[in-house]
Design a protein around this ligand. Structure first.
Ligand SMILES: Cc1ncc(COP(=O)(O)O)c(C=O)c1O
Length: 393
C-alpha cells in the first residue's frame, strides 16, 4: 500500500485534477461559428447565432420557449420577476448561493426549506412547514441533476395558488419519468457556466411552455424594449443578453454533448466500481425516476466513524495527492452571509442540510478525467483510509 502524500509519500498525480474543469467542443466546429460572427460583424443584441442557439435549445430541451441569457443568476432573477415573486419565496438551503442571492438581490426574502436525505432535493414536508400567507413562490433546485419531487411540489403550489420555478442549473439534458426536465413548473432556469456539463463560457437560459411569460422575459432581457418599436419600453428590464460568441460556444457544444454525457457516465460507473469496497465512503446514486441523466457530478458522502478521518482532513489529504475535490455544497446557504445573521435559528429546521453538507465531497469528472485517473483516486482513498491512525497523532 502506497504512503499518502500528506504523510510524506509521492503525490499520486503530477498535475492537479480539478472538479469543474471545462468540457470543450471540437475547436474547428467552434471556429466555424466564430467565422460567421466576423463575417456578419454582429456581436450581440439577439444576433443570428443567438437565435439559432435558441431554436436548437428548444429542440434539445423539448420545450416550447427558450430565452438565452448572459448567465444562470440573471436567468433566475428574470424568471422570478416575471413570475411576480415577492415577499417570501421558499427554496432549499442546500443549493449554490446564487439561488438565494437572486431573491435577496431583489429584496425578496429567501425562506429556506430542508432537503430529503436520499436525493438531496427540497423536501415537500419541509416546504409545508415554512409556508406562510406571504409565500409567493417555490424554487425547486434539481441538485446534481436529481429531479425534485415535482408532483408533491406542484400539488402544494396549486393548493396555495403560487408558482413553481425550477433551478435546473445542474439538469441540462435530463429527463424525469421520461419528461424532459424543462417541462416542470411554470419555468426553468439553466446555467451554461464554464464548469457545467454544458457551457457557453458564461451563459444561461429561461425555458417555459408559456408564450406570454417567454415574451415578457425576452423583453426584460433587453432593458424592457419592445422588440418591434425599438424606442418603446414595455417593462422594467435589465441587460441579460447573451453574446454571439457565447452562442457560438453553445452551438459547438451541442455537437459534442452526447459524447461528454457518455464519458461522464463511464466515469461515474468506474467510480462506483472503484470505491465500492472503501468503508465509510458512499456514492450518491441518481434516483430511479431520473430516466435520462447527464452524470455531471460524482458526489460521495464521508462517514467519519467508518472512514476513520473527517471530510475536511480527507479533502486536505487528497489535495496533497493533487486531487482537488470540492465541498459542494458546503455550508448550506443559511450558514452564509447575509443569511446567517438574518436567520440565526435556521439550523434548527434544516437538519438534513447540515448533515449532508458536513459529509459531502464532489470528485473530478468530465472530459479531462478518464478511467486511469479514477483508479488512481480510489487508490488514494484506500491508502488514506489504511493510514487513518497516523492522522490522529
Ligand atoms: C444550482 C445553481 N443555481 C444557479 C447557478 C448560477 O449560475 P451562473 O453561474 O451561470 O450564474 C449555479 C451555478 O453556477 C448553480 O449551480
Amino acid at each position: 500500500m502506497r504512503k499518502p502524500a500528506i504523510l510524506g509519500g509521492e503525490p499520486a498525480f503530477k498535475e492537479p485534477l480539478h472538479v469543474g474543469r471545462p468540457n470543450l467542443p471540437d475547436k474547428n466546429v467552434f471556429w466555424k461559428y466564430v467565422d460567421r460572427i466576423f463575417d456578419s460583424r454582429w456581436l450581440t443584441n439577439n444576433g443570428p447565432l443567438v437565435r439559432e442557439f435558441q431554436e436548437k435549445l428548444e429542440k434539445f430541451l423539448h420545450v416550447k420557449y427558450c430565452v438565452p441569457v448572459c448567465n444562470g443568476t440573471i436567468a433566475l432573477e428574470l424568471a422570478e420577476r416575471a413570475l411576480n415573486f415577492k415577499d417570501e419565496v421558499i427554496l432549499p438551503s442546500y443549493t449554490f448561493v446564487a439561488t438565494a442571492h437572486s431573491l435577496q438581490w431583489q429584496r425578496i426574502t429567501p425562506v429556506f426549506a430542508d432537503i430529503s436525505k436520499f436525493d438531496v432535493t427540497i423536501d415537500s414536508e419541509s416546504i409545508k412547514k415554512v409556508l406562510t400567507p406571504n409565500t409567493t413562490g417555490i424554487i425547486g433546485v434539481h441538485v446534481y441533476g436529481h429531479p425534485c419531487d415535482y408532483k408533491k411540489i406542484g400539488s402544494i403550489a396549486d393548493t396555495h395558488n403560487i408558482n413553481v420555478l425550477y433551478d435546473a442549473a445542474h439538469s441540462f439534458g435530463c429527463e424525469v419519468d421520461n419528461i424532459p426536465i424543462a417541462n416542470l413548473g411554470r419555468a426553468s432556469v439553466f446555467s451554461f457556466h464554464a464548469t457545467k456539463f454544458f457551457n457557453s463560457f458564461e451563459g444561461g437560459a429561461v425555458t417555459t411552455n408559456d408564450e406570454s411569460l417567454a415574451e415578457q422575459i425576452r423583453l426584460m432581457t433587453n432593458f424592457g424594449f419592445n422588440g418591434f418599436e425599438k424606442d418603446t419600453v414595455d417593462y422594467l428590464g435589465i441587460n441579460g443578453k447573451m453574446t454571439e460568441v457565447s452562442a457560438a460556444m453553445g452551438l459547438a457544444m451541442l455537437h459534442s454533448i452526447e459524447s461528454i454525457r457518455e464519458n461522464n457516465k463511464q466515469n461515474f460507473e468506474k467510480y462506483r466500481e472503484a470505491i465500492t469496497d472503501i468503508e465509510g465512503i458512499s456514492l450518491i446514486e441518481p434516483p430511479q425516476n431520473l430516466t435520462k441523466h447527464n452524470w455531471q457530478y460524482v458526489i460521495v458522502l464521508v462517514d467519519r466513524e467508518q472512514f476513520g478521518i473527517d471530510r475536511d482532513t480527507l479533502i486536505q489529504a487528497l489535495e496533497a495527492e493533487n486531487v482537488l475535490a470540492r465541498r459542494y455544497f458546503y455550508p448550506g446557504c443559511h450558514q452564509m452571509q447575509p443569511y446567517r445573521e438574518c436567520f440565526p435559528d435556521y439550523s434548527l429546521i434544516l437538519p438534513n442540510t447540515d448533515i449532508i453538507s458536513a459529509k459531502v465531497i464532489s470528485f473530478p469528472t468530465g472530459q479531462t478525467i478518464g478511467q486511469e485517473e479514477i483508479i488512481g483516486i480510489a487508490e488514494c482513498l484506500q491508502s488514506i483510509s489504511h493510514n487513518r491512525n497516523h492522522f490522529h497523532g
